[in-house]
Design a protein around this ligand. Structure first.
Ligand code: SF4
Length: 214
């Protein structure tokens, strides 16, 4: 199965998933979208009202702000994969509960394995804590670090900047640094924009085979 087919299969599984209570109130699940060979993966928190209606990630006010931030950073949305740590909307946009994060992690892990991004940008503390447990977003936002074979860049969630005006300058400054951080990550990996190393491509082609064993 190709990475693209695996990503579609995960989306199908997510649409009928009942692994946690969030399935009870969802209208549409939001598996995430973007190319299966994306070099960069953005991972947010969970679907909001508009995402739950449309089944697509970051389409509400926070999504429009994210589009603006991406455009300013010279990143095209169609070139990156955008998803969330939970794929169904927490009622009233409350924080996802630990058991919901744990239940949905199987889908996110499967997506990361299939896409094998070399750079992950986390949006918000729940996504950040998956890769950098126990960290405080106020202390490490905008600072890239290596986690395993990948580079992780923790950012504030765009919705946080919309709700707390005081955070807006920080998120604008962090996204303004994104082109330079991407350049540094690519240089460290010895490649140019959008390119995957031979090893990453090989790994991406092998991992689906491993997954299909289960
Ligand atoms: S949030 Fe995730 S684990 Fe929970 S029902 Fe939706 S897809 Fe399944």
């Amino acid at each position: 199965m190709s990475a693209e087919e695996i990503i579609s299969k995960i989306a199908e599984e997510v649409s009928v998933c009942t692994n946690c209570a969030l399935h009870e109130s969802r209208k549409k699940s939001v598996p995430g979208e973007g190319p299966a060979n994306a070099e960069i993966m953005f991972i947010g928190e969970g679907p909001g009202f508009h995402e739950n209606e449309q089944g697509r990630p970051f389409v509400g006010a926070a999504g429009k702000f994210l589009d603006q931030l991406l455009a300013q950073a010279g990143v095209t949305r169609v070139d990156v994969f955008i998803g969330n740590v939970v794929k169904c909307r927490p009622p009233g946009n409350r924080d996802p509960l630990p058991e919901e994060l744990a239940a949905c992690d199987i889908h996110l892990e499967a997506q990361i394995k299939a896409i094998n991004p070399s750079i992950i940008v986390t949006l918000g503390r729940f996504s950040m804590n998956k890769f950098i447990p126990g960290a405080k977003i106020s202390a490490i936002h905008g600072q890239m670090r290596k986690v395993g074979d990948r580079f992780v860049i923790p950012m504030f969630h765009p919705a946080a900047a919309l709700h707390q005006a005081a955070l807006k300058p920080a998120i604008l400054a962090d996204f303004a640094k994104l082109p330079e951080l991407l350049k540094q990550a690519r240089a460290a990996q010895g490649k140019s924009a959008g390119e995957k190393t031979k090893e990453e491509t090989q790994q991406q082609n092998e991992e689906p085979k491993q997954l299909s064993l289960f």
